[in-house]
Design a protein around this ligand. Sequence first.
Ligand SMILES: C[S@@+](CC[C@H](N)C(=O)[O-])C[C@H]1O[C@@H](n2cnc3c(N)ncnc32)[C@H](O)[C@@H]1O
Length: 279
Amino acid sequence: MARESKVKKTSKKKTKPKEIKKRPEAKKRPRPPPIPKQPCPPKKNRRDLETKPKVRHIKIHKTANAEPKPESSEQKRQRQASEFSVMNNRWNCSRSQTVSDRLKKDPKEWENYHDLYRQARAKWPITPYKEMIDWAQKRKHLIIGDFGCGEALLSAHISEYHTVYSFDHVAINERVIATDIVSTPLEDNCLDIAIFSLALMGTNFSDYLKEAFRTLKLDGQLHIWEATNRFDNAERFAADLIHLGFKTFSVEQKDVFTHIMALKTKERIEEEPVVRFKI
Ligand SMILES: C[S@@+](CC[C@H](N)C(=O)[O-])C[C@H]1O[C@@H](n2cnc3c(N)ncnc32)[C@H](O)[C@@H]1O
């Protein structure tokens, strides 16, 4: 027997298209009476009204108008060290004539330099001019030229038993003769010792050494103290002094400084020599 299908057979009825009913005409509501316009705020207040945020979080920085913090002693030390280095650089990179002219007009720069130099050397384990005092105290009756003497502290300590001529751009006291050390009022061949303690400043420092050569006696001694980091090779620099008529017999490293000792071995220099810290 054929099974009766459980699926009802549905007959497809034809549906009539829906009639589109016309809406009944909407009743017109009465309009509310117009809101009377507020008068415009005056221009200057208008912006405030437009831009003022509802909540404003304003951070008040208490330090904005506060006094600057006092410099700590470490900050002061660092600032002075950097000022000293800038001044050294400026003098080292100029011809001595330029520095001399500037200092003549305004010796304040020199005083400022020496304030900083005093602060700096107070922290040094050794101080070149003091080393020269120790050296001189072991000897007697020498005629000494202190080229670039600063405050003439060497003369102040040893002039009882030596004759010291002290030269610098500025004469800070009666011991000092103010001059550019390219040319001093000394006679030829009059010095036993010529000292340059941290004084080879200026691009033309070879001219200072020529002046030392002129004023030293034959076999007179030249002493140079410089910060070791100024040389690329202190031995080479010392050997080059031969071109200026000096024979080096000692190059010694002491702390951060180099001490070069040489003898004037010639009576005349024929060439136009120049020595350099770095090549
Ligand atoms: C770092 S200070 C050293 C002072 C002193 N010799 C000492 O050892 O304490 C260098 C000095 O050399 C002086 N100086 C450098 N070049 C000079 C020049 N061409 N004529 C005169 N003085 C010069 C500077 O004015 C400065 O006083």
